[in-house]
Design a protein around this ligand. Structure first.
Ligand code: NOJ
Length: 758
């Protein structure tokens, strides 16, 4: 009786403070509410809150129901519909003693029903409004299906394109990733994640996952503190600053200590230094993997290490449930450690508005959509608009593009007509049959003004190892490769222009999809050579989740368009660009190396003691002697159908005082015949420092749109903060002295001026 009374009291207390969705959660009430609830909970009930369980197929549902009604799980991942979620929530709020609601988590990464381009593509837009649109729509669609939390954004700095999860990242640059992290968190959550059409952002993977050795997934990380603080940690701070109150802990070890049990990372950095007071969530199997890492003898030890380090909730491991009570009773884990973790989990539920209404996002049965995958539930026009902003024009010899909407086009390639691949990895509830392929997009745009021939030309891979690994995700045409190439060449011979859509299949980039090579897989390169031999104008449309070393292919093709995995409306977006209905404006968020051997190839490297200086001797300088120095395509690079010119840089002062600000400006002119957009990029180099500093670092960017012939002055403000970095003592300082300031349209094509910080 008492419990029911207390709970009713607490809930009414909370409802009075958080009645309207838009009202901010009232902090004192929240703390009081949680403290009271915690006071009512048994140890068993507390421990139960600390596990997130997987939703299961129908046959195993009774076990999941049992787990929930026994209060042994606090959250669920992977529930497929509102109705399914409601069934589980009913058990939690009707059949458990304290009626604590579950929350529902899911990987909503680049769209939910409407799939937007993969994150690497979104970053290539350098368009924060477009990225915000994609995340806001993802939140709307996911919340409408009962999702409370997304395991996103992933803000791991990704400098090694062998790592498959580069596809899920916003690229290699700390400044760009940080700005995008802020935008995405705000768009998922809105002002507060309590609104029923928003979801909570669980930023991941904390930390340094993008730096796994050799780009091999789940590998170890060994890194200097300066590198961590300077390049890998700031995007997390940016995401927290934007309001993310939960974080997923990485599976990798850091200098020998797995993140899951890393006291320095989870307590010193996260809680003490950054004052983070949200919830930490383990990544899948993180606790049991402490045994594989060799830092815990068994799962009991592993559970103890993780909870003591500050891992609040476990995912994909039942071991907290099995071990924590015993660990508390034996004194190996304190009651306080358990309480802290439970408090964080309950606070997360509170912030998502679930104590107020456990069905906040699950809705009522009467409001369920009659058809879950209904067309009307998609946001096609926004997806098309965002997707075309992510496409990057890499080459356009003799202005072959845009194509004319008449004559005959031969569309060739294993990715030209494949809806599954266009979705990319982590495609949530995206439905392949709702995807517009490149074939569909070109056919619609051409209408009956021109004709479209099609041939597959090659399989995406012919490697038995790759086929075995990717399994059913690949559809392999059993015909001999020569027959497929012949068929493609025949189609090309009849056409005015050839468009080859080549790259990787969806499964080739993503989690557990690291590669040793960055070449086009299979026989696709040979196919391109055969198409080139027809003498027809050749457009290469790349579809891939990582930088590819396509130097040879670039030489053969007259035009190259990077399209990533561009989502539900990808085919229309690609057609818009190929036919010039949209002028491309994307810029690479990651360097494309000439070969896998050039890695690491990120642009903001240190100068070294023996830098290679173009025009000077190559010997005894820091380079690979068997290949041209420098990337295939630099960071920030991308062409347009129009041309832009840059004036010299104007500085408001060349002596910046500590409390002052410097205005750096350029005039950008659209010198071509078409309206277009470009990204003006600001880079700064500290010439002399207490430690060696990068050759340049991105410090600002603006995407601007200019009509043909139009000119605009673009201003950037530089102050002391823009020049700060972590020195050898990990102090965040700006040192006096000379700086080079560059403004350009990519990281190589820049105009430079110098100034002094006083
Ligand atoms: C493992 C992945 O590393 C993580 O990114 C993802 O959120 C979880 N699985 C849940 O699917």
């Amino acid at each position: 009786m008492k419990i029911i009374y207390v709970l009713a009291l607490l809930i009414s207390l909370q409802m009075s403070s958080v009645g309207a969705e838009t009202l901010p959660a009232n902090q004192p009430d929240k703390e009081m509410f949680i403290a009271h609830l915690l006071g009512e909970m048994t140890l068993e009930e507390k421990v139960g809150q600390l596990t997130m369980s997987y939703d299961t197929e129908h046959a195993k549902k009774p076990e999941l129901f049992r787990l929930i009604s026994a209060g042994q799980t606090g959250a669920i991942i992977g529930t497929l519909s509102r109705a399914a979620g409601r069934e589980l929530q009913d058990v939690a709020v009707q059949h458990t003693r304290l009626k604590i609601p579950l929350f529902f988590g899911f990987d909503v990464i680049h769209g939910y029903r409407t799939i937007f381009p993969i994150d690497l593509g979104l970053a290539a837009s350098w368009d924060v409004d477009a990225i915000a649109t994609s995340a806001r729509i993802a939140a709307q669609e996911a919340s409408a299906d009962g999702v409370d939390m997304t395991f996103a954004p992933m803000v791991d700095i990704s400098r090694d394109p062998r790592w498959g999860r580069v596809a899920e990242s916003f690229g290699e640059d700390t400044y760009l990733v940080s700005r995008i992290a802020e935008v995405v968190v705000s768009a998922f959550q809105g002002p507060l994640p309590i609104a029923s059409d928003r979801i909570m952002a669980c930023v991941k993977h904390f930390a340094l996952y993008g730096a796994v050795e050799g780009g091999r997934d789940y590998n170890s990380v060994d890194m200097s503190p300066v590198q961590m603080y300077q390049n890998y940690l700031p995007p997390f701070q940016a995401a927290f600053g934007a309001g993310a109150d939960s974080v997923m802990i990485a599976l990798n070890s850091i200098n020998g200590v797995p993140a899951t049990s890393n006291v320095w990372l989870l307590q010193e950095v996260l809680r003490r230094e950054w004052r983070f007071n949200g919830m930490t969530l383990g990544d899948f199997g993180g606790i049991s993997q402490l045994v594989d890492h060799g830092v815990a003898a068994n799962r009991r030890e592993a559970s103890g290490e993780a909870i003591r380090a500050g891992l609040d909730m476990s995912l994909g491991d039942p071991f907290y449930g099995v071990e924590l009570e015993g660990l508390v009773k034996s004194g190996e884990t304190s009651q306080t450690q358990i309480d802290n973790a439970v408090r964080n989990v309950l606070a997360t539920k509170y912030d998502m508005g679930l104590f107020d209404d456990p069905y906040r996002r699950l809705g009522r049965a009467s409001e369920d959509p009659s058809e879950i995958d209904a067309e009307s539930r998609l946001h096609r026009s926004q997806a098309r608009d965002v997707a075309r902003k992510t496409l990057v024009l890499l080459k356009n010899k003799d202005k072959l593009l845009p194509l004319k909407k008449h004559g005959t086009i031969a569309l060739i390639g294993p990715l030209a007509k494949n809806p599954v691949d266009m979705l990319g990895s982590w495609s949530a509830r995206g439905v392949a049959s709702q995807v517009v392929t490149v074939y569909d997009g070109l056919a619609t745009a051409l209408g009956n003004q021109g004709s479209l021939l099609y041939a597959q030309g090659a399989n995406v891979t012919d490697s038995t190892e790759v086929i075995d690994y990717l399994g059913d995700a690949l559809v392999i045409d059993p015909r001999p490769e020569t027959a497929m190439i012949d068929e493609a060449v025949k189609a090309a011979a009849q056409a005015d222009v050839v468009v080859a859509v080549l790259g990787e299949s969806k499964g080739m980039s993503g989690e557990a999809a690291s590669r040793t090579s960055l070449d086009l897989p299979g026989r696709q390169s040979q196919l391109l050579t055969a198409l080139k031999a027809t003498g027809k104008p050749l457009v290469l449309v790349l579809m891939n989740g990582r930088p590819l070393s396509v130097g040879a292919e670039q030489d053969q093709a007259d035009a190259v368009l990077e399209t990533w995995f561009s989502g539900t409306e990808g085919g229309n977006a690609i057609a818009d660009v190929l036919f010039g209905d949209y002028n491309p404006s994307g810029k690479l968020p990651i360097t494309f190396p000439r070969s896998v051997g050039q890695i690491p190839s990120y642009y903001n490297h240190l100068n070294t003691g023996r830098p290679f200086v173009p025009g000077h001797s190559r010997t005894f300088s820091s380079l690979y002697y068997d290949q041209l120095d420098g990337p295939l395509y630099p960071f920030g690079y991308g062409l347009s159908y129009t041309d832009f010119s840059l004036s010299d840089v104007t500085l408001s002062t060349t002596a910046l005082s500590r409390d002052g600000a410097l205005d750096a400006s350029v005039r950008v002119k659209n010198t071509g015949q078409r309206d277009g957009a470009t990204v003006v990029q600001l880079y700064i180099q500290q010439v002399l420092g207490s430690i060696s500093r990068p050759v340049k670092e991105l410090k600002g960017f603006q995407k601007i749109r200019l009509k043909a012939g139009e000119e605009k002055t673009v201003h950037f403000t530089v102050d002391e903060d823009s020049l700060k970095f972590y020195n050898a003592e990990l102090k965040y300082v700006a040192e006096p002295g000379a700086f080079n300031l560059q403004i350009g349209l990519d990281s190589q094509y820049v105009k430079q001026r110098s100034f002094q910080l006083l």
